[in-house]
Design a protein around this ligand. Structure first.
Ligand code: GDP
Ligand code: GDP
Length: 434
């Protein structure tokens, strides 16, 4: 299920302040997967049991004055095209500016819901001033203070009411693999190498509302669907170089996929944006394979691959149990192996471990290494079970669930990884009272 909200508005209205507030709310509620937030352009927000992607378009605007308004206009177009809903933020302290007017004009034509959010309404006097924004002509108007949080709950209630409730995942759907990566790393070439077709400009797709190209692929009698985020990017030339565009596409592809194939250029290595996408995949519990492409261009000594992998894993930490493949799309080097690896990761993510076997192994592990004693009482884990969730999750029933320290949780996760096959798959661990 994928629902994406774009926050638009001119600079300094408070988009990133608001955005951080949204994400922190989630952080306070669920923080199953440890991981650092590396950047703050997009993330997952949660409110009354619903979750959605939030993208702060402000993070993508170039900082030079002459391209500025044009850039913002482009972002609005992309937001309307790509997002499910749009938050249009304005600033009560400046009143309505020309740029606000211009953006409003574009956004009024949006078929998607637009929430006009008047920010910095910190007190009653400003509430009165804020009424001028009714003249922009939006039905959904909210007055908030991102700094204090006033009014944001009401806004989120409304936003979440428009999100369709989770649809049961269809059972026998084919595995979906998304090919994700920065422009020019070789995503299209990889697709070409696999399908043997030159998919240049995808004219048949232009003008359709499909999000990405799906190609059904059959390898050694295993069928799967490749989700290609590269091809569509070329549908309108204008958008090609826009980071915002590729990012919003990637974010949506991650939602759709079971396994994400993150493609890197061996020469340029992993970028901050790649690490963001990686963290997002981890947070969403997606299977992951990292493909280091253009390996043919790298001069190789005895340990080149090993050393490369070591450095890369340090950057991926804390989630390091990820397969890394060195490939060349144009030389067709290890292309099929990387798909086999993706299938393996898919299967790892699907597996359900029998409770008896799980308890055999894991109770032994808790005996072998006891949790440190907290407040005078030893932790006793009595029973482990895998929960019936899409993302592999384990509940450890114990006497003092709230006292389990992160280090011990890591130990248990490592034990699960050592004894069962979860390579490439983020797993979740919960402690419950027994
Ligand atoms: P962006 O450029 O739209 O992302 O704006 P920022 O989030 O960077 O905020 C611009 C400035 O407005 C910062 O100095 C914020 O502290 C301030 N600001 C943001 N929200 C509020 C608010 O609700 N009330 C007040 N008084 N200031 C705010
Ligand atoms: P995309 O934007 O990620 O879809 O990247 P493309 O598939 O369009 O590739 C960008 C450029 O890199 C093209 O000139 C490709 O020929 C080149 N390229 C892609 N894969 C490889 C590779 O494995 N080795 C080399 N040497 N060049 C590659």
């Amino acid at each position: 299920m994928s629902y994406t909200i774009a926050i638009t508005g001119r600079p300094n209205v408070g988009k990133s302040t608001f955005f951080n507030r949204l994400l922190e709310q989630r952080k306070a509620i669920v923080d199953d997967v440890s991981g650092v937030t590396r950047d703050r352009q997009y993330g997952v927000a949660e409110w009354i049991g619903k979750s959605f992607n939030v993208i702060d378009t402000g993070g993508f605007v170039a900082h030079s004055d002459d391209v500025f308004e044009r850039e913002i206009r482009k972002q609005v177009h992309i937001a309307i095209e790509e997002a499910n809903a749009i938050i249009f933020m304005v600033d009560v302290t400046t009143g309505i500016t020309n740029l606000d007017q211009e953006m409003a004009e574009l956004l009024r034509k949006s078929p998607k819901p637009v929430y006009l959010v008047v920010n910095k309404v910190d007190n009653h006097a400003r509430m009165l001033e804020a009424s001028e924004f009714y003249s922009l002509g939006f039905k959904n108007i909210f007055f908030v203070s991102s700094i204090s949080g006033t009014g944001t709950g009401e806004l989120l209630d409304e936003v979440c009411a428009a999100i369709p409730t989770e649809i049961e995942e269809e059972k026998n759907e084919l595995p979906k693999f998304a090919i994700i990566g920065q422009p020019n790393v070789g995503k299209s070439s990889l697709l070409n190498a696999l399908t043997g077709k030159e998919r240049t400009i995808v004219s048949n797709i232009a003008g359709t509302t499909r999000d990405s190209i799906h190609t059904t692929y059959n390898l050694f009698n295993k069928e799967f669907i490749l989700i290609d985020t590269a091809g569509i990017r070329r549908k309108t030339k204008v958008n090609e170089d826009l980071e915002f565009y590729s990012v919003i596409r990637a974010v949506k592809a991650v939602d759709e996929a079971d396994v994400c194939l993150i493609v890197l250029d061996a020469k340029s290595g992993i970028t901050a944006q790649d690490l963001n996408i990686f963290s997002l995949c981890v947070k969403k519990g997606k299977g992951i394979v990292v493909l280091v492409n253009k390996w043919d261009l790298v001069e190789k000594g005895t340990n080149t691959a090993r050393d490369y992998e070591k450095v890369l894993k340090q950057k991926l930490a804390p989630f390091k149990d990820v397969p890394i493949m060195f490939i060349s799309a144009t030389e067709k080097l290890r292309i099929l192996q990387s798909m086999e690896m993706a299938i393996k990761v898919y299967e790892n993510r699907q597996q359900k471990i029998a409770t008896s076997k799980l308890n055999d192994v894991m109770l032994k592990a808790t005996e072998a290494y006891h949790a440190p004693v907290v407040r005078g009482h030893p932790l006793k884990i009595k029973y482990v079970t895998q929960l019936p969730t899409v993302v592999p999750s384990f509940a450890f029933f114990c006497n003092y669930p709230e006292d389990v320290k992160p280090a011990y949780k890591n130990y248990l996760e490592n034990q699960l990884r050592e004894n069962f096959h979860f390579t490439g798959v983020p797993i979740r661990i919960f402690f419950r009272k027994k």
